[in-house]
Ligand binder design. Structure first.
Ligand code: DAT
Ligand code: MG
Length: 148
């Protein structure tokens, strides 16, 4: 089953949005497979965003991610990568639709509350980086009421 990596950024944690964000993924019908609150070291944040290392905003992005604890999660479900991106909304909150997490809770690209993997391949890479000891394999008893 497809999995994605979701991270609530330091502003989302500070603003008390952890429960609200988890609720949206739970209520959609996705399954939580991993969850941890953690502080991220600079080198780790640089590794997570290594594809963006040449971009002018890279330094500020890394500073932001290490500025406070983040919530790292793995969510599982049908098409969870693409659907997760839809739940999150466009990268720039001024372009994110109302009803999305960024559309509802953010105004600036540099404080956009949440990260989600952009493809199945990057999800695998990010899950391996953030959850090197693996995740919890379980199935909700509601599964047959959510999936055919
Ligand atoms: P996303 O987080 O939607 O996958 P991304 O992978 O292109 O977007 O960029 C990662 C993060 O970097 C993004 O959430 C916010 C920041 N960022 C992206 N483009 C930016 C820009 N033009 N100016 C400032 N920050 C930017
Ligand atoms: Mg991205």
């Amino acid at each position: 089953m497809e999995q994605t990596f979701i991270m609530i950024k330091p502003d989302g944690v500070q603003r008390g949005l952890v429960g609200e964000i988890i609720k949206r993924f739970e209520q959609k019908g996705f399954t939580l497979r991993g969850l941890k609150l953690m502080n991220v070291e600079r080198a780790f944040a640089e590794k997570h965003y290594e594809d963006l290392s040449a971009r002018p905003f890279f330094g500020g992005l890394v500073e932001y991610i290490i500025s406070g604890p983040v919530v790292a999660m793995v969510w599982e479900g049908k098409n969870v990568v693409v659907t997760g991106r839809k739940i999150i909304g466009a990268t720039n909150p001024s372009e994110s639709s109302p009803g999305t997490i960024r559309g509802d809770f953010a105004v600036e690209i540099g404080r956009n509350v949440i990260h989600g993997s952009d493809a199945v391949e990057s999800a695998k890479k990010e899950i391996a980086l953030w959850f090197p000891d693996g995740t919890v394999n379980w199935q909700s008893s509601l599964h047959p009421w959510i999936c055919e």
